[in-house]
Structure formats: structure tokens, C-alpha cells
Ligand binder design. Sequence first.
Ligand code: HXC
Length: 257
Amino acid sequence: NPENVILTETDGRVGVITLNRPAALNALNRATMHAVVEAAEAFDADPQIGAILVLGSEKAFAAGADIKEMKDKSFAEMYASDWFRDWERLGRVRTPLVAGVTGYALGGGCELAMMADVLIAGPGTRFGQPEIQLGVIPGMGGSQRLTRSVGKAKAMDMVLTGRQVGGEEAERMGLVSRLVDDEAVQQTAREVAATIAGFSTPSAQKAKEVVAAAFETPLQQGLVHERRVFHSLFATQDQQEGMDAFTEKRPPRWSQR
Ligand code: HXC
């Protein structure tokens, strides 16, 4: 991370990634994509980490993919490099991902926010897929994740007009997990991440896995998958500990196994 395009820290069992290109409103260039993906994978591989938090700045979570970096590319270059493919690695991270989304979350910024498992925003957060205004379309999952999350009517409106929606509308649409005051977004996101990280990671990772599977599988198959994963948790020490603690009326002491 030579250019410091992101900052990373650990906060207890939470791995924090803060986008750090203020002069470009956190536009997601390739260096930033690589840094975010590598940091998330490193946290994912770290047994001390139970949740990953992604933050931007007050003005911009991220104002999109980096337009200046892309503008003169040819089709051949975009195709050969499979531009944006590395974001798929973020989707494969098993540790729950929380985003505290403040300010602009446009284009790739909106798409990155939608890769989070839990999305915290405020009334002042601005979501949008403005790519149509640049003569292109979403390329980091916007047409797919937005449609799955808010349905055709709202997704078509946003993708075809580029209209920005504020946090309140986004919450009504189902894009936002929790709407809090703008000043409280980052702290709330930290608390949500800390809550998740405070549980047994084997169960948190499997909870993420089965909810995510609902987007990929028919209902009957998803129900069987859920049940099998549920059964698998009975191979963990933390299932025994969690249920023992309940019956003994004491807090659980997770072994993360
Ligand atoms: C590169 C960006 C950028 C971006 C902002 N900047 N967004 N640089 N890529 N996506 C830069 C500006 O050029 C400017 O640099 C600096 O950040 C500050 O931005 P301003 O525009 O001066 O700020 P402001 O007037 O407050 O306007 C904020 C804004 C606007 C409304 C968010 O910046 C904006 O519309 N940005 C682009 C939003 C967008 O279209 N995103 C989608 C990108 S495409 P200088 O050097 O002038 O100070 C995408 C998907 C790609 O994400 C998929 C298909 C290929």
C-alpha cells in the first residue's frame, strides 16, 4: 500500500479499512481496488478478526471508479485486463463485511457499499449509479446487486436516469440496513462490526454464507443448504459453549472453534 490509498487498523476483533484518497473523493482506481481486496483477504485469513469494516470520509464513501484512469482505455485493454474482476475476490471473503457509508456513494462506490453484508448510512448519504451519464453502465455489480436488493422498479430508475437517492429513500428501498444520524454512521458501523466480531466466527461466517446463498439458490435447495450448515455447527466447541452458557445463565466464552 505504498500510496496510502487505504488505511488499515484493527479495533479489537474488527479489521478496519478506510478509503484514503480525499483529493479524488475516494475514487476507486486499480491501486485502491488491489489494496482493499488484499487487506480484506488478509483480515479474512486472520483468526483474530471477526468482522471487517469499510469506511470512507465524511464527504465521500467513494465517488465511483476512477474516471480519469479509465477514460482513454480501449475495449481491448478493458477486456484483456478484465477491468474490475478483482472485486469478485471481495465477494468471496467469508468474514462479515460492514460498511459505514457517509457522503457520496456513486457508481463503484455504491457497488462497493452493496458488497457489504451490513450497510449503515445516514440521511445525507447519496447513493447513485450515474454511469449512464458517462456513456457507460455499472461494471462492479450495480445492475445485479442493486436489482436483487431493491427490485426492478427502483434499480431501473437509478441505472437509467443516474438519479441519486438519499439515505432515507435508500433505507425505504431496502438498500440500507440501518439509517442513523449522519454524524453517528461511522461509530454505529464500528459498533455493529464489534457486535458481529464478538460472536463465534464459525457461526458468523456460516450465517453470512447461508444468507448470501439465498441470492443464488432456489428455495428448497437453500433450505437444505441452511439445515446442513446448521448441522455442521454441532461440530464446533462454540455450539456446545453457547448452549451450555445459556443453560448455566452465564455469558459464553467463545473459543472460535
Ligand atoms: C476520478 C473523481 C471522481 C471519479 C470525483 N473525482 N469523482 N476522479 N473518478 N469517479 C475528483 C474530481 O475530478 C475532482 O478532482 C475531485 O475528485 C473533487 O471532485 P469535485 O467534482 O470537484 O467535487 P464536487 O463538485 O463536490 O462534486 C462531487 C461529485 C462529483 C458530485 C461526487 O465529483 C462527481 O459527479 N463525480 C463523479 C461521480 C461518478 O460519475 N461516478 C461514477 C464513476 S463510473 P480535481 O482534480 O478536479 O480536484 C463508475 C462505474 C464504472 O464508478 C463502471 C463502468 C466503467
